[in-house]
Structure formats: C-alpha cells, structure tokens
Design a protein around this ligand. Structure first.
Ligand code: ADP
Length: 597
C-alpha cells in the first residue's frame, strides 16, 4: 500500500479532519457528560428524598413523646409533690423501652433532672443540671424545644426534644427525650453512599463518612463559634473546617472536598433549619467521559483514515481510468492518423488517375478534333502547294515580278498553320502545377498592359472598375491572363466597325466567388454560333484572323481553376463574357466588394 505523501494532504481537508478529530470527541464528551450529570441529578434527587424522609420520620416519631410524658399522672404528681419518685422513674423506664428512644427524663423548673428512664444506671441523667440547654429554656417558655447536642454524661450525640409539664396553666417542670442519631449514621455508612446532615450552624452532625462528623464546609463566624462553645454542643469546642470548595459543572452543583470532586444535592429539613446533602463522586463520571471521548476519538480517526483510504483508492482508480482513456485516445489518434495517411494516398492516387483521365479525355478530344484540324490545315497546305507550284513556274519562266506577293501569301498561310498548331499545343498541354495565390486585380492589369498598344491603335475606350482591396484566388496566373487577353482580343476584333468602341472590365466579389465581366459595345455574338461558343474551331472571323480555339482553351483553363465562363449578348447591345472563380480567402468573400472605375 502506498503511503500518503505530504503533498497529497491538502490544507482545507486536513484542517477539517483535525477539527473533526478534536471537535467531535469534545462535543460527544460534553453531551455524554451533560446526560450523565442529568441522570446523576435525578438519582441524587431520589436518594435525597429517601434519606430525608428516613431522617424526618426517625425524628418525628419522637416529637410527641415528651408531650405525652408531661401529661402522665406519675410525672405530674411527682412535681406537685404528691407522687413517688420510684413510680415516676419506672414509668419513664417503661416508656423509654417501648418508644426505643435513648433516654427520657424530667427536669424541675431550674433544669435539674429529678427523674429519668436510666435512673438505675451509674451514669444516669439523675441530678444533672441541664438548665443551660436551649431545649430546656425553650420548654420553660411554654412550647416544645428541639436541640442537637452531645450528651454530658456519655458524650453520645443525640437529638433532644422537650415539652413543658403544666399544672393547670403553671409550668412545673420539663419532660425531655433524647434520640440517638448514631444508628442512622451507621446505617448510612453501611449503604456505601455519601450523605450528611448539617445543622443550623452548618456543622455536620450526621454523616455516612465518620471523618466528616462535627466538621463544617463553610467558615463559621466568631459569634457562631462562641455560641457553640457556650452550649457545649459538639465534642470539641472548636469546629474544624473540611478542606472544601463549592464549584459548578455544566450548571450542576459541585463540591471539591479534600481534592475529590463530588456532585452535591442539598435539601432543607423542614422546621429545623438543618440541611441534608447527598454527594456523588465524579470519579465514575470522569472515567465514563474519558472512555467515551477516547472511543469517539478512535472512531473519528478510524472514519477519517477510512475516508482517506477511500479517497486515495478512488483517486488511483480515477487516474488509472484516465490513463486508460488517454491510451484509448492515443490509439484512436494513431488509427486516425493512419486513416488520414491512407486517405491522402488514395486521394493522390485518385488525383493521378483523374489527371490520367483528363489527359486521356484530351487525347480523345484531340481525336475528335483530328478531322477539323485536317480540314483546317488541308486548305492552307493545298493553297501553299498551289502557290509553290506557281512560284516554281515563275522561276522556270523567269517571271519574278509577282514572286514576292506569292511568297508572302505562302508565308501568311504558314503563319495561319503555325497559329493552329501553337493553339492546339496550348490546348493539349497538361495543366501546369504552378498554382499560387494571386490578386485578380493584378492579372487584369497585366493582361491590359499587354494589350495597351492594340487599345490605342484601335482607339478603344476602357471602362475599368476594380475593388480597392486585393481579390485573392488560387491558380495559374499566366494562364488566366491568357484567357483575359483572348477576351480583350475578341472584343477588339468585334469592335472593328463600331464608331465609339468601348470595352468594360469589372471585378466584383460575392458569396465566396470573384466575378470578372468583360463587355463591349460591339455587334454582339453571332446568333448561329451562340450555342457552340466554347467548342473548338468555331469562329466567325475571316480566314487567317481566327481559328476558333481561343474560347475553348479559355473554357478549359477556367474549369481547371474550378471556375466557370459564360458568354452572351447584353440587352443594350454588345457581348459580355463573365468569369466566375472561387476566392482563396472565403472570409473576405462575406463582405461584398464591388469594382470601382
Ligand atoms: P477565334 O477568335 O479564333 O474566332 P474564339 O474561340 O476566341 O476563336 O472565338 C470564337 C468566336 O466567338 C469568334 O469567332 C466570334 O464569332 C465569337 N466572339 C467571341 N468574342 C466575341 C465578341 N466580343 N463579340 C462578338 N463575337 C465574339
């Protein structure tokens, strides 16, 4: 497997991957934490309700005991001096046993214990002076008192409930019950959970953790400390503070005690100013959070790695596919090049075959012309023969006066024959391959320059209209000039008897073709040859002037240049020949160009 190269890792996807690697586990951990905390809060609410109600019922069931005791005859009569101490003590002992309280005792109005359920014990309440206890003072005022404190004799913590004993309306003593809280604490401890009760001084009086007992979580004011000392409420006069700090976690109350984090949920115990708190260690929460964070981190990393591998694989497949396609294209191009080559070869072969055919066609045409040529040449040859015979006769008779005239006639006949053969040569000549791009305006000008002398001699006016811009065509310029010269020549010949001879030459372009119009104001083309104008040896000129090959040669030259030649008479009189030739730069043909005189 190929390893990822540094260059493969693009910055944006890498950043996104990093963000996912950090962000997803972080968010997951937060969501899990919040959900877990929510669950813990619900549990702690339930537990707190349970612990609170157990605690409340443990105390409330004794709340009415002192009142009941205060109403008993054995007690009242003891205080009024009518009853016996023994009867009172026995009554208290029986009541204490049945109620399962720690102790029940009776105090006189000075706070001295005069009767007690434990009167038989060595460390009995009897004779103790409890006048300083708040619950005694409260009872003397006429209502029930409640108090948490350490027993003076046995040093056992207990909850004290008191009630005044009345004789009619007069308070004659106080009945009090001590309830031991230690069994409840022991029970909580066994449960393995962390729960404590703090009293109105914020001192923990009951806890599932013995070490926290008689400790406080908040700093106590001097006034509270003095009061505590005076009441001798706790085993030690100075209350120590647990090393603690309140905090908050995602909106839930948290407390750090001795560097350990707990979620804390507290509730006030109705009517006493006490508070019961339930704590849950965050250890499990952090373990769970760490587990889930690590799991999600591993999963995200796995997903990113899988994605990268998938991308890499896809990229590789894509590259392979592209390479295959490129190879296919290369093969296709190669095939195409071969086909083009093949076509070019075929085209060349065809062109050669065509040339051959053209040549063969010419020869066939030559064959067809043979009779005409024979006829054309036979006449001057026969005439020449006659003239030569008469010359010989003149010589033999020594009559040389007309010899020069006769020889001139022979020479003219030879010229005529020479013309036929030279034009014939031009006809059968294979088209030259001197195809080049040239400006039609220049070819027209050049042909006119060659004919300048004839125009002047025959006093012929020239109406020339050529465009300002070049009109390029592809072909053999010299041969086109030959065509033009032939047209000028024919026009000049036809104008022999015209009073004001005019020849017009116009060059225009339209739709990708160039048009050359050569017109004159002569008599026009003779009616009888109108259909055969471009056939060889068709002429109306007198013998010695024309042989009738000019237009047929022109026809062939123009056809070789992929053009057309037409000839006809103008409506206003005179003949007009039109050459149509394809432009070599069709772009310019889009713009119509008209010749300017
Ligand atoms: P030639 O000039 O040797 O006669 P051409 O093939 O050039 O051969 O012309 C054929 C004939 O076409 C001419 O003899 C003439 O009758 C006719 N012709 C050509 N051009 C004109 C013209 N401008 N006006 C009248 N007739 C013409």
């Amino acid at each position: 497997m190929r390893l990822f190269k540094a260059a493969d890792i693009k910055i944006l996807p890498a950043l996104l991957a990093l963000l996912a690697m950090v962000g997803i586990p972080a968010i997951t951990s937060l969501v899990v934490q919040y959900d877990y905390l929510h669950g813990l809060q619900r549990i702690s609410d339930e537990r707190l309700t349970l612990y609170g109600s157990t605690f409340n019922s443990a105390l409330q069931k004794y709340e009415y005991l002192p009142d009941l005791i205060a109403r008993a005859n054995e007690i009242k009569s003891l205080l009024t001096g009518d009853g016996s101490l023994e009867a009172a003590n026995n009554f208290l002992a029986t009541a204490n046993k049945k109620a399962k309280s720690a102790a029940i005792y009776i105090m006189d109005t000075k706070g001295k214990v005069i009767a007690a359920s434990d009167w038989q014990k060595k460390d009995s309440f009897i004779d103790l002076d409890l006048g300083f206890r708040p619950y005694f003072k409260e009872a003397l005022k006429g209502h029930g008192g409640k108090f948490f404190g350490i027993g003076i004799m046995e040093g056992e913590p207990g909850f004290y409930v008191s009630h005044p004993i009345r004789d009619d309306e007069k308070i004659i003593g106080v009945a009090s019950t001590k309830i031991a809280l230690s069994p409840l604490g022991n029970l909580w401890q066994k449960g393995g959970e962390t729960v404590f009760v703090a009293d109105e001084n914020d001192v923990i009086i009951l806890s599932s953790r013995p070490a926290w007992k008689y400790r406080t979580l908040v700093p106590l004011s001097q006034e509270v400390q003095d009061r505590i000392r005076k009441r001798e409420q706790y085993p030690e006069p100075k209350i120590k503070r647990l090393q603690s700090k309140p905090s908050s976690l995602l909106g839930f109350d948290e407390i750090i005690i001795n560097s350990k984090r707990f979620l804390i949920n507290s509730r006030t115990i109705a009517g006493m100013g006490w508070k019961i708190s339930y704590l849950i260690s965050e250890k499990a929460l952090w373990e769970r959070t760490l587990g889930i964070t690590l799991t999600s981190f591993v999963l995200v990393c796995g997903a990113i790695l899988t994605w990268m591998l998938y991308r890499e694989r896809r990229q590789r497949l894509l590259s392979r596919k592209q390479a295959e396609e490129a190879e296919k294209f290369r093969q296709m191009n190669k095939q195409l090049a071969l086909e083009i080559e093949e076509r070019k070869r075929t085209e060349k072969e065809l062109r050669e075959a065509q040339e051959e055919l053209v040549q063969a066609g010419k020869l066939a045409a030559l064959g067809e012309m043979a009779t005409a040529i024979a006829h054309e040449l036979n006449q001057p040859i026969a005439a020449s023969k006659t003239y030569i015979a008469s010359c010989r006769l003149m010589f033999s008779r020594n009559k040389t006066d007309d010899l020069d005239q006769t020889l001139l006639k022979i020479s003219n006949l030879c010229d005529r024959m020479g013309k036929v053969t030279s034009q014939l040569k031009s006809f059968i000549r294979k088209s030259s391959n001197k195809k080049k791009e040239f400006d039609l305006r220049q070819a027209i000008d050049e042909a006119l320059t060659l004919m300048k002398h004839q125009f002047k001699t025959e006093e012929c006016d020239l109406h020339l209209r050529l465009p300002d811009v070049p009109v390029s065509i592809m072909g053999d310029r010299v041969r086109l000039e030959q065509v033009l010269i032939n047209l000028y020549r024919n026009a000049l010949d036809s104008l022999q008897k015209t009073e004001r001879p005019v020849i017009g030459v116009t060059l225009t372009t339209q739709n990708g073709v160039a048009r050359i119009h050569v017109w004159d104001n002569g008599p026009g083309i003779a009616e009888d040859i109108g259909n055969r104008l471009f056939e060889p040896f068709v002429t109306t000129k007198k013998e010695g002037v024309g042989v009738g090959l000019g237009l047929s040669i022109s026809y062939k030259i123009i056809r070789d240049m992929k053009g057309k030649i037409r000839g006809g008479n103008r409506p206003g009189g005179g003949a007009e020949f039109t050459l149509t030739l394809p432009l070599s730069i069709p772009a310019t043909s889009n713009k119509e160009i008209n010749g300017k005189s």
